[in-house]
Design a protein around this ligand. Structure first.
Ligand code: 5RP
Length: 223
C-alpha cells in the first residue's frame, strides 16, 4: 500500500471516534486533510463545529460546509484528531512539520482525547531523526539558536516560513531524544521560544497507523 493510502485508512478509522452533535478539534497536514474530507463525506451534517489548528485546515473545513469556531467560545473538547511527524511507543510525538505546532498544542491541551493518525513510517524507536520544530519570536531567533546548540542540537531556520502566529521556526537537527518530557520542558524554558514540537507532557492517547496489513491501533503502554 502506498503512503497516501495508509494515511487515508488511518484517517477513516479516526472518523469512527467522532460523536454526532459534537465540536471536535482538527489538526493540520496531509493526513488530516484525508480526515477532513472523509468526515465531510460521512458525518458533515452530524458535526456541530470544529476548532482548527491552522488557517489551512479552517479553509478546508469551511470548504466542506463545516463550521469553524474559536476555542474561547467552546472551552473543553471531547476529541482532537491530528497527524504527527514521529511517534515513539509511549505516544510521545514530534509535530510541527507543517508549522502549526503552537496551535496544535493548544487544541491538544484543550481536548480530553487526542487521536493521532499516521502512516506506519512515523512510528520510531527513538525520536529525533525528524528535525524538532521550535517556534520562536523573530527578534529572539539567534538568542534561542545559541541555547538550542547548548542542548546538543543544530538549529536551522526554516526559510520562507512564517507561522499563523507571525513567528519563525527553527528546526533542530541531530538529536536522539531519550527523555522527551525533559527536553520539552528545557526548550520551553528558553526565553523567546513560543513552543516546541515535542508532545510528551500531553502525548497522544491513541495512535492509529495505516499499514500494509490495514489499520493498527496503539495506546500508550500497549506495546
Ligand atoms: C503540522 C503537523 C502535522 O501533523 C505533521 O507534520 C504530519 O503531517 P502529515 O500528515 O502531512 O505527514 O504537525 O504542523
Amino acid at each position: 500500500m502506498n503512503p497516501e493510502d495508509k494515511k487515508r485508512i488511518a484517517a477513516e478509522a479516526a472518523v469512527d471516534h467522532v460523536k454526532s452533535d459534537s465540536i471536535i478539534g482538527v489538526g493540520t497536514g496531509s493526513t488530516v486533510n484525508h480526515f477532513i474530507d472523509l468526515l465531510a463525506a460521512k458525518m458533515a451534517n452530524q458535526v456541530k463545529a470544529a476548532v482548527s489548528s491552522s488557517e489551512a485546515s479552517s479553509e478546508r473545513l469551511r470548504g466542506h460546509g463545516i463550521k469553524v469556531v474559536d476555542l474561547n467560545e467552546v472551552g473543553k473538547l471531547d476529541l482532537y484528531v491530528d497527524g504527527a511527524d514521529e511517534s515513539n511507543a509511549q505516544l510521545h510525538l514530534i509535530k510541527g512539520g507543517g508549522g502549526a505546532l503552537t496551535r496544535e498544542k493548544i487544541v491538544a491541551a484543550a481536548s480530553r482525547e487526542f487521536v493521532c493518525i499516521a502512516d506506519d513510517s512515523k512510528l520510531v524507536d527513538v525520536l529525533g531523526a525528524f528535525p524538532l520544530p521550535v517556534e520562536v519570536i523573530p527578534m529572539a531567533r539567534e538568542l534561542v539558536a545559541d541555547s538550542l546548540r547548548a542542548l546538543g542540537g543544530e538549529p536551522r531556520l526554516r526559510n520562507g516560513t512564517i507561522t499563523d502566529n507571525g513567528n519563525q521556526i527553527l528546526d533542530l537537527h541531530g538529536l536522539a531524544i531519550s527523555d522527551a518530557p525533559d527536553l520539552e520542558t528545557r526548550i520551553n524554558q528558553i526565553t523567546g521560544v513560543v513552543s516546541n514540537g515535542l508532545f510528551a507532557h500531553r502525548p497522544a492517547d491513541v495512535l492509529i497507523l495505516g499499514t500494509d496489513q490495514g489499520v493498527v491501533t496503539h495506546t500508550a503502554g500497549s506495546d
